[in-house]
Design a protein around this ligand. Structure first.
Ligand SMILES: CCCCCCCCCC(=O)SCCNC(=O)CCNC(=O)[C@H](O)C(C)(C)COP(=O)(O)OP(=O)(O)OC[C@H]1O[C@@H](n2cnc3c(N)ncnc32)[C@H](O)[C@@H]1OP(=O)(O)O
Length: 194
């Protein structure tokens, strides 16, 4: 069953997540964290170009339209693409906590097939925080924001420093990102985190 793996269960000392006081207001479009991100970047023609908005508390909503480039079986979304949509939506929760974190574990349930041209309505929220571990959950609905759940996921994200990307990313892309004033502005949004 989903959500029951040991790695996805918050430990006894986990605390309730706290929305950062300078988090974007509910309803605010969060924008891409990186223009070349396959999940949210505008610079990836076949990417998901997922648009996420801040929700209440430590939550986000997002929409992603399945396009022909995202097929697995004829006329149906590839499961890995749907997992990417969930992962990206969960990653957007970083803006609400104002913490930089990366996916450590992502467990996905595929409940309904998702045809091409479908809009996937996603919601994600942080459920608990324990040290660097951020526990979260997400759903993707079809047919409307209140439609049936087609995919869902539980995840643990691990807080990292910005250096995680600088030390591990390919140098050419790191250099380009560090020369991009928009990218620097987005990263600085996290540096004010106490
Ligand atoms: C600027 C905004 C950027 C937003 C990006 C969002 C994009 C969308 C989300 C993604 O797709 S991110 C890309 C996919 N993920 C990765 O590339 C991560 C690759 N993995 C790593 O780099 C490291 O394994 C990781 C940073 C996650 C952890 O390595 P560390 O050496 O920093 O952690 P460490 O081993 O010290 O563990 C710290 C805690 O996390 C726990 N932990 C680590 N990996 C875990 C895991 N996989 N599952 C569950 N827990 C995990 C670990 O047990 C420990 O718990 P305790 O504090 O209780 O001891």
């Amino acid at each position: 069953m989903s959500g029951t793996s040991t790695g996805l269960m918050p430990p006894a000392d986990a605390v309730t997540p706290v929305r950062h006081p300078e988090a974007p207001a509910p309803g605010e479009l969060l924008g891409a964290h990186y223009g070349q991100c396959f999940g949210c970047g505008g610079g990836q023609p076949h990417g998901l170009q997922l648009e996420a908005r801040a929700g209440d508390g430590v939550s986000v909503t997002a929409e992603f339209t399945v396009r022909p480039a995202h097929q697995g079986a004829p006329g149906l979304a590839h499961g890995g693409v749907l997992a990417t949509a969930l992962d990206e939506t969960l990653g957007s929760l970083n803006w609400l906590l104002r913490v930089v974190s990366v996916t450590g574990r992502l467990e996905t349930d595929f409940l309904l097939p998702v045809p091409v041209d479908t809009v996937l309505y996603l919601e994600a929220e942080v459920t608990a925080v324990a040290g660097r571990k951020i526990y979260s959950t997400a759903t993707g609905r079809i047919g409307g924001p209140d439609g049936p759940v087609a995919v869902r996921a539980d995840a643990v994200f691990i807080e990292v420093k910005v250096d995680h990307f600088i030390e591990n990313g390919r140098p050419a892309e790191i250099r380009a990102a560090m020369n991009d004033p928009d990218q620097i502005r987005r990263v600085r949004a996290f540096e004010v985190n106490p």
